[in-house]
Design a binder for this molecule. Structure first.
Ligand code: XMP
Length: 333
């Protein structure tokens, strides 16, 4: 536990120069730890795993093997952009696994939110472990653990109950025990972003909004079906595009679409048109423990509504969730 404690003397990384010094220090430490051995990393495309990947590519190049698992619950074009950045631009050793069918088949008919989370978390480990077993000569597992994760585990070890079971990689099976490489485990999120920019990662990736491990799985409420998941993904892409256009994406902490398993009667082309509602959620928060609602300008809401209802098959209404946290949580499941 000792080297999991951030020393009081550790300066907060707030500038490119401090980030540069941190990166150089970590490169030396990682090289010393790893030698000429291989390191495996589950690269989701989130800020933390991406920063670890970029740092390790700098430190050990092709000794790093990244595995990107697409659980079929990613946002539109997300896996493609991870592949483009890491494989094509950063020349990473990257294995892409499209496990969509494995996840969606297991989730079929499962409506309980905690069961869904558990299935997604467990299957993620199964898919990742299957890939790891195919590889030879892996000695280390890199993880994008950051300091709040460590603080959270300490809280849980002290018996405080979490509201939801968040999933992040951990707990690989017995036959796959690697030594851990966790170069950003003493950093807070704002520091990870400064380091990410200093490593040359795109601004949009480094400052991207948080995205839960179970992905769109916790936004396609109840039992996930492929058609409703598809509608959610398309509606969410429109929301994100329009937030970019309106200059809101850098300003709002988290914004997304939720699609419940409810149909209402509507009308389209003068005919009855039953469809799902797309629920827009846009929140601001400092630490995700409480959250307030972003006041999206009416014109933007109106435009998003028009686009979603005309472009997304299966959606006939758009709703705007006005509930802060508490009483709502940020995600609906
Ligand atoms: P809630 O819904 O609990 O969410 O208010 C708080 C923040 O956590 C994100 N979230 C997750 N992040 N794995 C994660 O890494 C998860 O399983 C998970 N579930 C929720 C959520 O998007 C929000 O930012």
């Amino acid at each position: 536990m000792l080297n999991n404690k951030r020393p009081d003397s550790m300066e907060r990384i707030t500038t490119p120069a401090l980030a540069e010094a941190f990166i150089n220090e970590q490169i030396a430490l990682v090289r010393e730890q790893v030698g000429d051995k291989k390191v495996l990393l589950a690269l989701s495309g989130g800020v933390d795993s991406s920063v670890v990947a970029a740092l390790l590519i700098k430190a050990i190049g092709k000794q790093l093997v990244c595995v990107h698992v697409n659980h079929g619950l990613m946002r539109k074009d997300e896996s493609e952009s991870v592949i483009k950045l890491f494989r094509e631009e950063l020349d990473a050793n990257l294995i892409y696994v499209d496990a969509t069918d494995r996840f969606l088949d297991l989730l079929a008919g499962v409506s309980d939110p905690e069961k869904k989370r558990k299935i997604i978390g467990a299957e993620f480990i199964n898919v990742f472990a299957d890939e790891a077993r195919k590889l030879e000569g892996i000695s280390f597992l890199a993880q994008g653990t950051i300091y709040p994760d460590i603080l959270e585990s300490i809280k849980q070890a002290e018996g405080k109950k979490a509201v939801k079971s968040h999933h992040n990689v951990g707990g690989l099976p017995e036959d796959l025990q690697f030594d851990l490489v966790e170069p950003i485990k003493l950093l807070f999120k704002d520091e990870v972003r400064v380091v990410g920019e200093a490593l040359g990662l795109p601004h949009a990736m480094v400052y991207r909004q948080p995205f839960p491990g179970p992905g769109l799985g916790v936004r396609c409420l109840g039992a996930i079906t492929r058609d409703r998941l598809h509608a959610l993904r398309e509606a969410d892409a429109i929301l994100r595009e329009e937030f970019d256009n309106a200059g809101l994406s850098g300003k709002v902490w988290q914004y997304f679409v939720v699609v419940p398993d409810v149909r209402s009667v509507g009308v389209k082309d003068e005919s009855r048109y039953e469809g799902w509602p797309a629920i827009i959620r846009a929140v601001n928060t400092k630490d995700a423990m409480t959250a307030s609602i972003e006041e999206i300008p009416y014109a933007v809401l109106h435009h998003i509504t028009k686009r979603i209802t005309s472009e997304v098959e299966g959606i006939n209404r758009v709703l705007y969730d006005l509930t802060p946290k508490p009483t709502g949580t940020i995600e609906w499941e």
